[in-house]
Design a protein around this ligand. Structure first.
Ligand SMILES: NC(=O)c1ccc[n+]([C@@H]2O[C@H](COP(=O)([O-])OP(=O)(O)OC[C@H]3O[C@@H](n4cnc5c(N)ncnc54)[C@H](O)[C@@H]3O)[C@@H](O)[C@H]2O)c1
Length: 390
Protein backbone atom coordinates (compact mmCIF):
# COMPACT_ATOMS: atom_id res chain seq x y z
CA UNK A 1 0.00 0.00 0.00
CA UNK A 2 1.41 3.40 -0.96
CA UNK A 3 0.87 6.26 1.44
CA UNK A 4 0.18 9.73 0.20
CA UNK A 5 2.49 12.01 2.12
CA UNK A 6 6.11 12.09 3.18
CA UNK A 7 7.17 11.56 6.79
CA UNK A 8 8.61 14.80 8.14
CA UNK A 9 11.37 14.51 10.74
CA UNK A 10 13.20 16.99 12.96
CA UNK A 11 16.60 16.09 14.38
CA UNK A 12 18.60 17.01 17.51
CA UNK A 13 22.37 16.57 17.05
CA UNK A 14 23.91 16.97 13.57
CA UNK A 15 26.75 14.56 14.37
CA UNK A 16 28.14 11.51 12.58
CA UNK A 17 25.02 9.34 12.88
CA UNK A 18 22.75 11.96 11.39
CA UNK A 19 25.37 12.70 8.70
CA UNK A 20 25.18 9.02 7.63
CA UNK A 21 21.37 9.06 7.74
CA UNK A 22 21.09 12.26 5.69
CA UNK A 23 23.50 10.95 3.04
CA UNK A 24 21.47 7.72 3.05
CA UNK A 25 18.24 9.55 2.15
CA UNK A 26 19.93 10.93 -1.01
CA UNK A 27 21.73 7.65 -1.71
CA UNK A 28 18.63 5.44 -1.62
CA UNK A 29 16.72 8.01 -3.69
CA UNK A 30 19.44 7.94 -6.36
CA UNK A 31 19.48 4.14 -6.47
CA UNK A 32 15.74 3.65 -5.89
CA UNK A 33 15.42 1.42 -8.95
CA UNK A 34 18.50 -0.68 -8.26
CA UNK A 35 19.34 -3.41 -5.76
CA UNK A 36 21.66 -1.75 -3.23
CA UNK A 37 22.55 -3.27 0.14
CA UNK A 38 21.92 -1.85 3.60
CA UNK A 39 18.16 -1.82 4.16
CA UNK A 40 16.23 -4.41 6.14
CA UNK A 41 12.74 -3.48 4.94
CA UNK A 42 12.00 -1.68 1.68
CA UNK A 43 8.36 -1.17 2.55
CA UNK A 44 6.99 -0.38 5.99
CA UNK A 45 3.27 0.27 5.98
CA UNK A 46 3.47 1.76 2.47
CA UNK A 47 6.49 3.95 3.17
CA UNK A 48 9.83 3.52 1.44
CA UNK A 49 13.06 5.10 2.75
CA UNK A 50 12.70 7.81 0.10
CA UNK A 51 9.43 9.00 1.69
CA UNK A 52 11.27 10.67 4.58
CA UNK A 53 12.02 14.42 4.60
CA UNK A 54 14.14 16.35 7.12
CA UNK A 55 12.33 19.58 7.99
CA UNK A 56 14.33 20.88 10.99
CA UNK A 57 17.64 20.30 12.78
CA UNK A 58 19.09 21.56 16.08
CA UNK A 59 22.73 21.65 17.20
CA UNK A 60 24.98 23.89 19.32
CA UNK A 61 28.34 23.75 17.51
CA UNK A 62 29.44 26.96 15.79
CA UNK A 63 30.56 25.01 12.70
CA UNK A 64 27.03 23.63 12.22
CA UNK A 65 24.54 26.19 13.58
CA UNK A 66 23.37 28.64 10.87
CA UNK A 67 24.53 26.33 8.03
CA UNK A 68 22.24 24.33 5.75
CA UNK A 69 22.11 20.67 6.83
CA UNK A 70 23.82 19.58 3.59
CA UNK A 71 26.89 21.59 4.62
CA UNK A 72 26.72 21.07 8.40
CA UNK A 73 26.87 17.26 8.16
CA UNK A 74 30.36 17.48 6.64
CA UNK A 75 31.67 20.00 9.24
CA UNK A 76 34.17 19.00 11.94
CA UNK A 77 34.32 17.22 14.29
CA UNK A 78 32.22 14.86 12.10
CA UNK A 79 34.39 12.15 10.56
CA UNK A 80 31.74 9.99 8.89
CA UNK A 81 32.65 8.39 5.55
CA UNK A 82 31.47 10.55 2.64
CA UNK A 83 29.57 8.08 0.44
CA UNK A 84 27.08 10.59 -1.01
CA UNK A 85 28.69 14.04 -1.37
CA UNK A 86 25.78 15.36 -3.42
CA UNK A 87 23.01 15.93 -0.85
CA UNK A 88 20.24 18.56 -0.79
CA UNK A 89 21.07 21.75 1.16
CA UNK A 90 17.96 21.29 3.34
CA UNK A 91 16.90 23.61 6.18
CA UNK A 92 19.39 25.67 8.18
CA UNK A 93 20.55 24.13 11.49
CA UNK A 94 19.06 26.00 14.46
CA UNK A 95 20.70 26.75 17.81
CA UNK A 96 19.30 24.66 20.66
CA UNK A 97 19.89 25.04 24.42
CA UNK A 98 23.26 23.52 25.43
CA UNK A 99 22.20 22.13 28.84
CA UNK A 100 24.41 19.05 29.57
CA UNK A 101 25.01 18.18 25.89
CA UNK A 102 28.63 19.41 25.90
CA UNK A 103 31.14 18.23 28.51
CA UNK A 104 34.28 20.12 29.59
CA UNK A 105 36.26 17.22 28.14
CA UNK A 106 34.84 17.84 24.64
CA UNK A 107 35.56 21.59 24.91
CA UNK A 108 39.19 20.81 25.84
CA UNK A 109 39.76 18.57 22.80
CA UNK A 110 41.60 19.83 19.70
CA UNK A 111 39.38 21.79 17.29
CA UNK A 112 39.18 18.83 14.86
CA UNK A 113 37.94 16.40 17.54
CA UNK A 114 35.98 18.41 20.10
CA UNK A 115 32.86 20.58 20.35
CA UNK A 116 32.88 24.41 20.02
CA UNK A 117 29.74 26.15 21.27
CA UNK A 118 28.14 28.78 18.99
CA UNK A 119 27.37 32.23 20.41
CA UNK A 120 23.84 32.27 18.90
CA UNK A 121 20.81 32.52 21.20
CA UNK A 122 18.81 29.27 21.45
CA UNK A 123 15.56 29.29 19.50
CA UNK A 124 12.13 28.44 20.89
CA UNK A 125 12.44 24.70 20.22
CA UNK A 126 8.75 23.78 20.59
CA UNK A 127 7.71 26.57 18.21
CA UNK A 128 10.43 25.62 15.71
CA UNK A 129 9.26 21.98 15.70
CA UNK A 130 5.62 23.04 15.28
CA UNK A 131 6.47 25.53 12.50
CA UNK A 132 8.47 22.87 10.62
CA UNK A 133 5.43 20.56 10.39
CA UNK A 134 7.49 17.63 11.72
CA UNK A 135 5.80 14.32 12.57
CA UNK A 136 8.76 12.87 14.52
CA UNK A 137 11.68 14.23 16.56
CA UNK A 138 14.90 12.15 16.48
CA UNK A 139 17.34 12.43 19.38
CA UNK A 140 21.04 12.04 18.43
CA UNK A 141 22.59 13.92 21.40
CA UNK A 142 25.94 12.83 22.89
CA UNK A 143 25.89 10.05 25.51
CA UNK A 144 25.35 11.49 29.00
CA UNK A 145 22.92 14.24 27.86
CA UNK A 146 20.32 13.48 30.52
CA UNK A 147 18.87 16.99 30.93
CA UNK A 148 19.05 17.80 27.22
CA UNK A 149 17.31 14.54 26.29
CA UNK A 150 14.56 15.16 28.85
CA UNK A 151 14.21 18.70 27.50
CA UNK A 152 13.75 17.42 23.91
CA UNK A 153 11.45 14.55 24.98
CA UNK A 154 9.20 17.13 26.66
CA UNK A 155 9.50 19.40 23.59
CA UNK A 156 8.27 16.51 21.40
CA UNK A 157 5.24 16.11 23.70
CA UNK A 158 4.55 19.86 23.72
CA UNK A 159 4.89 20.08 19.92
CA UNK A 160 2.68 16.97 19.47
CA UNK A 161 5.26 14.87 17.60
CA UNK A 162 6.46 11.27 18.05
CA UNK A 163 9.91 10.69 19.58
CA UNK A 164 12.74 8.43 18.44
CA UNK A 165 15.36 8.20 21.18
CA UNK A 166 18.60 6.89 19.66
CA UNK A 167 20.77 7.40 22.77
CA UNK A 168 21.27 5.66 26.14
CA UNK A 169 19.26 8.07 28.27
CA UNK A 170 16.27 6.01 29.36
CA UNK A 171 12.99 7.51 28.14
CA UNK A 172 10.99 4.87 26.19
CA UNK A 173 12.08 2.26 28.75
CA UNK A 174 11.22 4.50 31.70
CA UNK A 175 7.55 3.94 32.67
CA UNK A 176 7.26 7.51 33.98
CA UNK A 177 8.20 8.93 30.58
CA UNK A 178 6.17 6.36 28.69
CA UNK A 179 3.08 7.47 30.60
CA UNK A 180 3.69 11.07 29.51
CA UNK A 181 3.72 9.96 25.87
CA UNK A 182 0.61 7.82 26.39
CA UNK A 183 -1.16 10.76 27.99
CA UNK A 184 -0.19 12.96 25.04
CA UNK A 185 -1.45 10.29 22.58
CA UNK A 186 1.99 9.87 20.98
CA UNK A 187 4.17 6.86 20.09
CA UNK A 188 7.82 6.59 21.05
CA UNK A 189 10.68 4.24 20.07
CA UNK A 190 13.84 3.86 22.21
CA UNK A 191 16.30 3.69 23.83
CA UNK A 192 19.81 3.60 22.25
CA UNK A 193 20.11 2.30 18.70
CA UNK A 194 20.91 -1.39 18.12
CA UNK A 195 22.83 -1.01 14.85
CA UNK A 196 21.98 -3.19 11.85
CA UNK A 197 25.02 -5.47 12.16
CA UNK A 198 26.80 -4.09 15.21
CA UNK A 199 28.37 -5.48 18.34
CA UNK A 200 25.06 -5.64 20.24
CA UNK A 201 23.11 -7.73 17.75
CA UNK A 202 26.11 -10.01 17.26
CA UNK A 203 26.49 -10.50 21.03
CA UNK A 204 22.75 -11.16 21.26
CA UNK A 205 22.66 -13.84 18.56
CA UNK A 206 25.79 -15.57 19.91
CA UNK A 207 24.21 -15.67 23.38
CA UNK A 208 20.91 -16.95 21.90
CA UNK A 209 22.75 -19.56 19.84
CA UNK A 210 24.60 -20.86 22.89
CA UNK A 211 21.38 -21.20 24.94
CA UNK A 212 19.33 -22.68 22.10
CA UNK A 213 22.05 -25.31 21.51
CA UNK A 214 22.09 -26.30 25.19
CA UNK A 215 25.31 -24.55 26.26
CA UNK A 216 26.12 -22.71 29.47
CA UNK A 217 27.68 -19.27 28.99
CA UNK A 218 30.35 -18.82 31.68
CA UNK A 219 31.71 -15.56 30.32
CA UNK A 220 30.76 -13.03 27.63
CA UNK A 221 33.01 -10.09 26.91
CA UNK A 222 32.50 -7.42 24.25
CA UNK A 223 35.13 -4.67 24.04
CA UNK A 224 34.66 -1.75 21.64
CA UNK A 225 37.19 0.77 20.34
CA UNK A 226 36.63 3.62 17.91
CA UNK A 227 37.85 7.01 16.75
CA UNK A 228 34.69 9.10 16.31
CA UNK A 229 33.24 11.87 18.47
CA UNK A 230 30.97 9.43 20.29
CA UNK A 231 33.99 7.42 21.53
CA UNK A 232 35.81 10.64 22.43
CA UNK A 233 32.80 11.86 24.46
CA UNK A 234 32.65 8.52 26.29
CA UNK A 235 36.20 8.96 27.65
CA UNK A 236 34.43 10.72 30.55
CA UNK A 237 33.57 7.82 32.87
CA UNK A 238 30.44 9.46 34.29
CA UNK A 239 28.97 9.84 30.77
CA UNK A 240 29.93 6.31 29.76
CA UNK A 241 27.90 4.62 32.54
CA UNK A 242 24.54 4.52 30.75
CA UNK A 243 26.11 3.23 27.49
CA UNK A 244 27.72 0.30 29.32
CA UNK A 245 24.44 -0.46 31.10
CA UNK A 246 22.57 -0.32 27.78
CA UNK A 247 25.06 -2.59 25.99
CA UNK A 248 24.97 -5.15 28.81
CA UNK A 249 21.14 -5.01 28.82
CA UNK A 250 21.18 -6.64 25.36
CA UNK A 251 23.09 -9.71 26.57
CA UNK A 252 21.56 -9.87 30.04
CA UNK A 253 18.07 -9.87 28.44
CA UNK A 254 18.73 -13.22 26.77
CA UNK A 255 19.41 -14.72 30.24
CA UNK A 256 16.40 -12.98 31.79
CA UNK A 257 14.03 -14.16 29.03
CA UNK A 258 15.04 -17.77 29.81
CA UNK A 259 15.32 -17.36 33.61
CA UNK A 260 19.08 -18.04 33.56
CA UNK A 261 20.95 -16.00 36.20
CA UNK A 262 23.99 -13.92 35.17
CA UNK A 263 26.90 -14.86 37.43
CA UNK A 264 28.99 -12.08 39.01
CA UNK A 265 31.91 -10.91 36.80
CA UNK A 266 30.70 -13.07 33.89
CA UNK A 267 29.63 -10.20 31.63
CA UNK A 268 31.31 -7.10 30.25
CA UNK A 269 30.12 -5.03 27.29
CA UNK A 270 31.17 -1.47 26.72
CA UNK A 271 33.33 1.06 24.96
CA UNK A 272 36.93 0.78 26.08
CA UNK A 273 38.94 3.52 24.47
CA UNK A 274 39.12 6.33 21.90
CA UNK A 275 41.72 5.95 19.13
CA UNK A 276 41.37 8.98 16.81
CA UNK A 277 43.15 7.34 13.86
CA UNK A 278 40.27 4.86 13.55
CA UNK A 279 37.90 7.75 12.71
CA UNK A 280 34.37 6.29 12.23
CA UNK A 281 35.67 2.71 12.07
CA UNK A 282 34.53 0.85 15.18
CA UNK A 283 36.15 -2.44 16.12
CA UNK A 284 34.58 -4.85 18.59
CA UNK A 285 36.34 -7.86 20.14
CA UNK A 286 34.29 -10.73 21.54
CA UNK A 287 35.33 -13.50 23.88
CA UNK A 288 32.73 -16.10 24.92
CA UNK A 289 33.52 -19.07 27.11
CA UNK A 290 30.90 -21.82 26.99
CA UNK A 291 30.37 -25.33 28.27
CA UNK A 292 28.50 -27.94 26.27
CA UNK A 293 27.97 -31.71 26.05
CA UNK A 294 29.74 -33.51 28.89
CA UNK A 295 30.87 -30.11 30.21
CA UNK A 296 33.21 -29.76 27.18
CA UNK A 297 34.64 -26.24 26.91
CA UNK A 298 34.00 -24.11 23.82
CA UNK A 299 35.58 -20.70 23.21
CA UNK A 300 34.50 -18.10 20.67
CA UNK A 301 36.91 -15.26 19.82
CA UNK A 302 35.59 -12.89 17.19
CA UNK A 303 36.34 -9.45 15.78
CA UNK A 304 33.83 -7.14 14.10
CA UNK A 305 34.93 -4.07 12.15
CA UNK A 306 32.26 -1.62 10.93
CA UNK A 307 31.62 1.97 9.89
CA UNK A 308 29.84 2.96 13.10
CA UNK A 309 27.53 5.69 11.84
CA UNK A 310 26.29 4.08 8.61
CA UNK A 311 25.67 0.91 10.62
CA UNK A 312 23.16 2.81 12.77
CA UNK A 313 21.33 4.62 9.94
CA UNK A 314 19.48 1.55 8.58
CA UNK A 315 17.61 0.93 11.83
CA UNK A 316 16.69 4.61 12.08
CA UNK A 317 15.21 4.62 8.57
CA UNK A 318 13.01 1.74 9.76
CA UNK A 319 12.17 3.15 13.20
CA UNK A 320 10.96 6.42 11.62
CA UNK A 321 8.52 4.45 9.48
CA UNK A 322 7.28 2.31 12.40
CA UNK A 323 6.53 5.47 14.34
CA UNK A 324 4.60 6.98 11.44
CA UNK A 325 2.57 3.80 10.95
CA UNK A 326 1.85 3.76 14.70
CA UNK A 327 0.60 7.36 14.54
CA UNK A 328 -1.68 6.48 11.65
CA UNK A 329 -3.00 3.38 13.45
CA UNK A 330 -3.56 5.39 16.64
CA UNK A 331 -1.04 3.38 18.70
CA UNK A 332 0.58 5.31 21.53
CA UNK A 333 3.33 4.72 24.08
CA UNK A 334 6.58 2.80 23.58
CA UNK A 335 6.32 0.48 20.56
CA UNK A 336 7.40 -2.95 21.87
CA UNK A 337 8.49 -4.80 18.71
CA UNK A 338 10.14 -1.87 16.86
CA UNK A 339 11.95 -0.80 20.06
CA UNK A 340 13.23 -4.34 20.70
CA UNK A 341 14.37 -4.67 17.06
CA UNK A 342 16.03 -1.28 16.63
CA UNK A 343 17.17 -0.31 20.16
CA UNK A 344 19.45 -1.76 22.85
CA UNK A 345 17.26 -0.86 25.83
CA UNK A 346 13.60 -1.19 24.80
CA UNK A 347 10.77 -1.24 27.34
CA UNK A 348 10.53 -4.99 26.72
CA UNK A 349 13.42 -7.13 25.47
CA UNK A 350 12.64 -9.95 23.03
CA UNK A 351 14.47 -12.79 21.35
CA UNK A 352 15.61 -12.02 17.80
CA UNK A 353 12.82 -13.98 16.08
CA UNK A 354 10.00 -12.38 18.14
CA UNK A 355 11.28 -8.84 17.58
CA UNK A 356 11.57 -9.46 13.84
CA UNK A 357 8.10 -11.03 13.63
CA UNK A 358 6.59 -8.09 15.54
CA UNK A 359 8.19 -5.66 13.07
CA UNK A 360 7.09 -7.66 10.04
CA UNK A 361 3.51 -7.49 11.33
CA UNK A 362 3.83 -3.75 11.90
CA UNK A 363 5.19 -3.30 8.38
CA UNK A 364 1.91 -4.83 7.15
CA UNK A 365 -0.05 -2.48 9.43
CA UNK A 366 -1.12 -5.40 11.63
CA UNK A 367 -0.84 -5.46 15.39
CA UNK A 368 1.62 -8.25 16.22
CA UNK A 369 -0.46 -10.99 17.86
CA UNK A 370 2.12 -12.00 20.49
CA UNK A 371 2.54 -8.52 21.85
CA UNK A 372 -0.80 -6.91 21.00
CA UNK A 373 -1.81 -6.99 24.66
CA UNK A 374 1.17 -4.81 25.53
CA UNK A 375 0.44 -2.19 22.89
CA UNK A 376 -1.85 0.54 24.02
CA UNK A 377 -4.36 1.96 21.57
CA UNK A 378 -5.75 5.46 21.89
CA UNK A 379 -8.80 4.04 23.71
CA UNK A 380 -6.73 2.25 26.35
CA UNK A 381 -4.47 5.28 26.54
CA UNK A 382 -7.48 7.26 27.77
CA UNK A 383 -8.11 4.60 30.42
CA UNK A 384 -4.45 4.78 31.37
CA UNK A 385 -4.71 8.56 31.66
CA UNK A 386 -7.81 8.21 33.81
CA UNK A 387 -5.89 5.87 36.07
CA UNK A 388 -3.09 8.37 36.23
CA UNK A 389 -5.22 11.27 37.37
CA UNK A 390 -7.18 9.25 39.94
N1 LIG B 1 26.38 3.23 15.73
C1 LIG B 1 26.38 4.35 16.40
O1 LIG B 1 27.13 5.22 16.07
C2 LIG B 1 25.45 4.50 17.58
C3 LIG B 1 24.74 3.39 18.06
C4 LIG B 1 23.90 3.56 19.17
C5 LIG B 1 23.74 4.81 19.75
N2 LIG B 1 24.46 5.88 19.27
C6 LIG B 1 24.29 7.17 19.94
O2 LIG B 1 23.80 8.17 19.05
C7 LIG B 1 24.22 9.45 19.55
C8 LIG B 1 24.78 10.26 18.41
O3 LIG B 1 25.99 9.66 17.94
P1 LIG B 1 26.95 10.46 16.97
O4 LIG B 1 28.03 9.51 16.60
O5 LIG B 1 26.17 11.14 15.91
O6 LIG B 1 27.52 11.56 17.99
P2 LIG B 1 28.30 12.91 17.64
O7 LIG B 1 29.12 13.25 18.82
O8 LIG B 1 28.96 12.79 16.30
O9 LIG B 1 27.12 14.00 17.49
C9 LIG B 1 26.48 14.63 18.55
C10 LIG B 1 26.00 16.00 18.06
O10 LIG B 1 25.23 16.60 19.09
C11 LIG B 1 25.54 17.98 19.14
N3 LIG B 1 25.11 18.53 20.44
C12 LIG B 1 25.75 18.53 21.64
N4 LIG B 1 24.97 19.12 22.57
C13 LIG B 1 23.83 19.50 21.95
C14 LIG B 1 22.65 20.17 22.39
N5 LIG B 1 22.48 20.53 23.67
N6 LIG B 1 21.66 20.39 21.47
C15 LIG B 1 21.81 20.02 20.17
N7 LIG B 1 22.91 19.39 19.71
C16 LIG B 1 23.90 19.13 20.58
C17 LIG B 1 27.03 18.02 18.87
O11 LIG B 1 27.46 19.30 18.46
C18 LIG B 1 27.13 16.98 17.75
O12 LIG B 1 26.92 17.57 16.48
C19 LIG B 1 25.23 9.18 20.67
O13 LIG B 1 24.61 9.33 21.91
C20 LIG B 1 25.60 7.73 20.41
O14 LIG B 1 26.06 7.04 21.57
C21 LIG B 1 25.30 5.75 18.20
Amino acid sequence: MKSHSTIKVAVVGVGNCFAALYQGFAYYKKYANQEVPGLMFKDIGGYSPTDIEVVAAFDVDKRKVGKPIGEAIFAKPNCVRVFMPDVPAGPVVKMGPVLDGVSDHMLEQPEEEGFRIAKAKPVDVVKAIKDSGADILINYLPVGSQQATEFYAQAAIDADVAFLNCIPVFIASNPKWEKKFIKAGLPIVGDDMRSALGASILSQVMQELAFDRGFVVDFHQQINIGGNTDFNNMMVQSRLKSKKESKENVIRAQNDLRGIPVAKHSLFAGPSTYLPYLQDNKVAYFNLRLRGFGNAPVTIDAKLSVQDSENSAGVVIDAIRYLQVARELGIVGALRGPSAWTQKTPPEQMVYADAKAACEAFAKRQLPAVHAKRIKTRRSAKAETAKLVR
